[in-house]
Design a protein around this ligand. Sequence first.
Ligand code: FE
Length: 433
Amino acid sequence: MKAFKGNIVYTKVPQSFEIAEQSYILVDEKGRIECIAKELPDGFDPNNTEDFGNQMIIPGFTDLHLHPNQYPDNGLGYDLELMEWIEQYATPVTELYREEETARKILSKFVEELWRYGILHSVQFGALDYQTNDILFELMIQSGLYCYLGKNHTDYKKDKHDVETTQESMQTALALIQKWEGKSDRVHYIMTPSFAPGCTEEIMKWTGDMARRYHMPLQSHLDENVKEVSMVLKRFTDCRNYAEVYQKNKIFGNDIKTIMAHCIHTTEDEIQALRYSNVFVAHCPHSNCNLGSGIMPVRRYLDSGIRVGIGSDISAGHTLNMMDNMRAAIEMSKILYVEEGKAPLSVSEAFYLATKGGGEFFGGVGSFEPGYLFNALVVDDDALAPLQKHTAADRIERFIYSGDERQIKRRFIEGQEVPRPFFGHKGGRHEDF
Ligand code: FE
């Protein structure tokens, strides 16, 4: 048994923070949380205690949707809308990965950045090709971070460059699954049909079948951009809405665990379909603003009992800073508040989405309730503090509004410190940069 002492902050429910100032989190040998206590139990060996002083201990972040191979395009092309941006940025960037050495360099940097920003869990939309995904699987396993990663299937429209055939698309996924699934407890495969405009019906059905047959989750995009939605309705004339394309092609269903990114322009029927199929929605506020896609009706989803997490959507979104992504979610919800009177997200709700909300996709992470894994960040927010004393409630709010990765000093998974990936020694700290 180990104990970690500090100012503990987490959310059990979205409506409020749980705060235990100067308290201990007791963690068993497997890294699971036993309880939070003000005092150590009688007979507890004080040598097994790590005291973080006045720092905050918070759950690690989950990024529910991002595209690692787009990382070099971060912050570029945002005068464009989605379909043009894909054409001019997301597709050409894949050229960079043809050379293995360059691919390794970019992807190592990306994985290191996940660690730096305290993203201990992520759901990654992989590249089209075998090599890029193969390298990323290897690096993610080496890093000790949790993730789901899957090869992106884009087999529709053969006239475009860099588009694969349906057979190639299946074979690449099968080879990756065979090599990597089951190799690690922390890194798993996720079926990844890109989105309806980029997929044949055959590949959609196949990914759904594979997910069911091998108990793998599935991820895709839904209702991101108005032009995209009208393209889908034009092509699939037998479907009343975008979600129905996925329903007909068996991508949704109570029997598979699914994430849909964006879900901005959803109709009431689609929202019911998402709820009925237990779909997780990845809210990507920066991306939605950058590409002028719109504002996701997050309050409608939360009120409907749909599970929501936050996605950076690198690189249509421009930052892995989850505090920044939380702020964007709050800010965009406030625009809807002004325009439509929908209650905006509170600070605790945004924090919940970035920790326990997205963490539910992995299960047992994102909170400090008994039985959860101690996957946590230690935050030293001294540099953000003006010269007066503040409660932990004030400090977490200020950290969300003005914090970044520089305040994240330590990262723990299952009670063990996670060193900076590829740094070659234990216990990499921010100061090493
Ligand atoms: Fe995306």
